[in-house]
Design a protein around this ligand. Sequence first.
Ligand code: 3K0
Ligand code: CA
Ligand code: ZN
Length: 371
Amino acid sequence: MRSALTAVLALILAVPFATPANAADYPAKDARYHAYPEMVSHIKQVAAKHPDIVRVFSIGQSHQGRKLWAAEISDNVGVDEGEPEVLFDGLHHAREHLSAELPIYILDLLANQYGRQTDLGQRITKLVNKRRTWVVFMVNPDGLQYDLTGKPYRAWRKNRQPTPGTSQIGTDLNRNYGYRWGCCGGSSGRPSASDYRGPRAWSAPEVRAMRDFVNSRVVDGVQRVRTHITFHTAGELVLWPYAYTAKGLPPDMTALDRDAFKAMGRAMARTNGYRAKQSNSLYPSDGDMIDWMYARHRIFSFTFELYPTGGGTRKHWYPPDEVIARENRRNRDAVLYLMGKAWCPYHALGQQQARNNCGPLFDDFETGRGW
Ligand code: 3K0
Ligand code: CA
Ligand code: ZN
């Protein structure tokens, strides 16, 4: 009796105290965007419909305890066949709404086109079969759900982790990675700043989850992930490392890698009409993801700044949902290009460079042996 009463009371009390951020959703005019719960149910449906090529799982938890959902897309999903791997992620920054839609589109594209007989279907079938593709959908779900509690949105960038010893909330997740963290004036040490780097490298659980996932792809001493895009908005830019230095060829990059970055970046930019350049020339940043990905793992890692051109205001972060499908489609060929190059990024410099640098045994697209 008593426990039944308690249960009833708990129910009654729970309603007014429901966390607003959990209930927060896009307004009707932007209903085609995915809030966090909609993303979760969508990717689970796709996995249920395509269990042989899609598996969804969580790489960890956000500060507020939301799962950081990811998908693996490959034939023999869940089996490490030694195939070259590709990573895509979105929404490090809460207000960059469009950057969460492209990862969902990539999942849908690969799942829906697999096995089709059209040119696109055959191309994608081959890529799914010969690659292992990882997608992390929303690196910053807490920030997004908070952003959605504003009417209109809150223009929030960071995560929702309080900074110890202050009344401030939030770390810029793209300033919290541990390569040359805080080195070079490319982030703020002020907890109130929108580009606050956090009290120490890796202090944000979302960033630790990304680190641990990428580290986990080192198998027998070799990093399986060869190419990567982290999606942001805005600017219509393809950016390659480094962000921390203006030097085009610093000691922590080889000339060959720089050339491959340029070749791949420019090739992708030709497909989507973006401009391709070194990240630092947008503005210097330190502790960002692509610097760590390349410096620590030699992954050919790009930041895409999506639609529209320019940046830094509500107009740039919050385009109407009518543009989502067009802007996703606009990036399709760049995504497929980067998947194609994962077996040997130096192939962007030509067959000979591929032969020289990826070895005589690894000279064609069909090979699934990596490096
Ligand atoms: O790698 C980079 O250059 C990151 C650029 C990114 C950033 O983190 O500052 N630009 S954004 O914040 O406008 N999406
Ligand atoms: Ca496979
Ligand atoms: Zn961003």
